[in-house]
Each structure stands twice: as C-alpha cells, then as structure tokens.
Write a protein that binds this ligand. Sequence first.
Ligand code: MG
Length: 290
Amino acid sequence: MRFATFTHDGRRQVGRVSPDGQQVMPFRLTPEAAHRGVLPLVEAAARGEPLPPLEDRSLPLADVRLEAPVPQPRRNIWCVGRNYHAHAKELAASVFKNNSANTMEWPIVFTKVPECVVGPADPVVLPGDEVSAQIDYEAELALVIGKGGKNIRRQEALSHVWGYTIVNDVTARDVQMRHQQWDMGKSFDTFCPMGPWIVTADELDGTRTRVRCWVNGELRQEASTENLIFDIPTLIETVSRGITLYPGDIIATGTPAGVGMGLTPPSYLRGGDVVRIEIDGIGSIENRFV
Ligand code: MG
C-alpha cells in the first residue's frame, strides 16, 4: 500500500493512495495525529495494531497538495555516504579522498536535521552564493523503520523496514568539504525533499529497484539498489549498533554516480533548475531550486 501526507482545505491529512494512483482516501485521525503525517500509522503497525479507520470518501490526488510523508521526522535522518562504487570513484579526488574506495569496512554515516524536510513538489531554497555556491543533488532510496530495535542483526533487518520513499539528499559541497562532519552541508533549510509517499515493504523490494535523476530533463543518475556497497540489511545492522532505532526512523541509502560535483567540469544547481527523481515501484519527486 501507499500512504501519503497531504494538505486539503488548509488541513494536513494522511491517506491511502488508490492502486491507480488517482485518488487518496483519508484516515480518520485527530488533527494532532495527522499533523505528524504517517508516523501514527507506522507506530500503530509497530505495536501490532490495525491501521486507523478510513473516511468513506476519496479525494482526487490532483486536488490535494502532497507533503513529505513524514513532514518532520522525530529525529535526524540517517544518511550514508559513498555507497555506490561508481559514485565513490567520481568523488575520489574530493569528498572521498581520505577513504580508499574498495577497502572500507564500515559505511560513512551522517545525519540531516528533521527541519530540512520539504514535500515532493516544494521549492528548494538556494542559500545564496555567500553561504554556498556549490549546491548539488543526490537521488536516494530511503527506508522507513517499522518495528524498532537495537543491535538488529542483518538476517532480521528487512523485517524492521515498514516502507520506502524517495529523498533528495541536497548538499552544499563546499560546506560539506569545509567541516570535518557533513551534517552542516547537508542540513540547510529545505535540503531534504521527500515523497511522494511511502510504499510499504510488502509491495516493493527495495534491495533491487532502479533510482534515476534528471536535471532540467537531462538524465544524470541511474543505478539499481542491487549495486549498493553496503546493502540495506547491513545499513540497519550498522546504524542500530548500540543505538535504538524507533518506528518512523528514516535511513537514506546513498546516491549513485552522476552528481554535479562528479561532472567535468563540476556543475552546480542554479535558480530555476528542476531536479526530478524517480524510483521504480515508488514514483517521483520533482523540485525547483529557487
Ligand atoms: Mg547522500
């Protein structure tokens, strides 16, 4: 099933998207619950409870404004750097120069702050050249944790995945490079477009799906998640080592080759550019940079 967070009549709601993708059926949620997007659904599922009841009406998807399925995650979004071999190679002289591409035993893990999440069609605000003139896109499959846990073993890891969505891990490259940690260059306001909804894990095998990204209609990134260096079970095992994962936690799995910094010469995003990311089995997000 696909679960979306959206605004209709000035009110945030959560709904189930119809199989043909044309309609969305809202859940009966209190305004406080709906404000948290799909999180109440994830938490109910993690407790083994049924989904909340649906309203007996459907809205045309064209009549609602989709928001990020989790408009404000309960804490930082876990992210993974250097997780496709070709991407590791294209940034070997810059971002990954201190990491030898084929011998790393552990993934690079960083986070984005929850407040940088925006919806699947929302504008991404460039911070101004004096803050950063090197804004880049990163198309990524993100997984949403269902049942939480600590020290989750890779053999059981996929049973902790509630669903999948798309994120653009927008990055200020100069800021990423300037500091020893990446969080700053990854967490500018609006720097995490997410959506268009969450597809539950029973409907999508996130371990083998295709990720693509276009900038102004030009295909820049294309890869299968089968090519991840550290696969999804390994990422869950790694992030949960000594740290409890909670329902609704989000892990972005890393980006394929083809980012702007990897081009010759590098090409960064400017006002008016449109970045579209599509993942097979989920759908697409498309954001204009302003
Ligand atoms: Mg990334």
